[in-house]
Write a protein that binds this ligand. Structure first.
Ligand code: IMP
Ligand code: MG
Length: 190
């Protein structure tokens, strides 16, 4: 257990930094190969804030001309449970019309955020629209997940932090993926 100075603690390392780096290189190589012959622009859209680390590493693993953009959404507030409501805090800066778009997500949990984003972006007429998520949680879901083209790692249904993922805004700077233990007090930090 790592002492975090808070009532919650990092229970264990789930995926270390070297394993993450190797997987990101593989995803980058696949995307490079699959988009190499396409003439239209390629835009990698990072979902703020959780995807920033994955996005930054992934784009450097892709050997092809591309541009980046960001959209900020939230479905959680400060809790570890999805509220069921997706809000846009910041929209894209550029048009995606006629471009190949890859949505870059940190984690797909309920799938609610992704379903909302796919619907929103599909209506803007991209040449193609795909999803690359760092993590996919293995868990029962009320609704079927939309197709997910690239998955870094499939993980068990635990609350994870690090490599961009947060708990109440913290731990994004950890270079590895850890499992958070909420301790005796547990629950919501708000
Ligand atoms: P969904 O809409 O339930 O799929 O939730 C997606 C968003 O919830 C992600 O982009 C994360 O920001 C957040 N999230 C879901 N599970 C976790 C977790 O285990 N740790 C940190 N954030 C998470
Ligand atoms: Mg988050």
């Amino acid at each position: 257990m790592v002492d975090t100075g808070s009532r919650e603690s990092i229970e264990r390392v789930l995926i270390d930094a070297e394993t993450i780096a190797a997987r990101v290189r593989e995803l980058g190589a696949r995307i490079t190969a699959e988009y190499a012959e396409l003439a239209e622009p390629l835009i990698l859209i990072g979902i703020l804030r959780g995807a920033i680390i994955f996005h930054a590493d992934l784009i450097r693993a892709i050997e092809r001309t591309l541009t980046i953009d960001f959209i900020a959404v939230s479905s959680y507030g400060a809790s570890t449970k999805s509220s069921g409501v997706v809000r846009i805090f910041k929209d894209l800066n550029e048009s995606i019309e006629g471009a190949h778009v890859i949505i870059v997500e940190d984690i797909i949990d309920s799938g609610l955020t992704l379903t909302y984003l796919l619907d929103l972006l599909a209506r803007r007429n991209p040449a193609s629209l795909r999803v690359c998520t760092f993590l996919l949680k293995e868990r029962p879901r009320d609704h079927a997940l939309p197709p997910i083209d690239y998955v870094g790692f499939t993980i068990p249904d635990e609350f994870v932090i690090g490599y961009g993922l947060d708990y109440a805004g913290r731990y994004r700077n950890l270079p590895y993926l850890g499992v958070l233990s909420l301790g005796d007090l547990g629950g919501d930090p708000a």
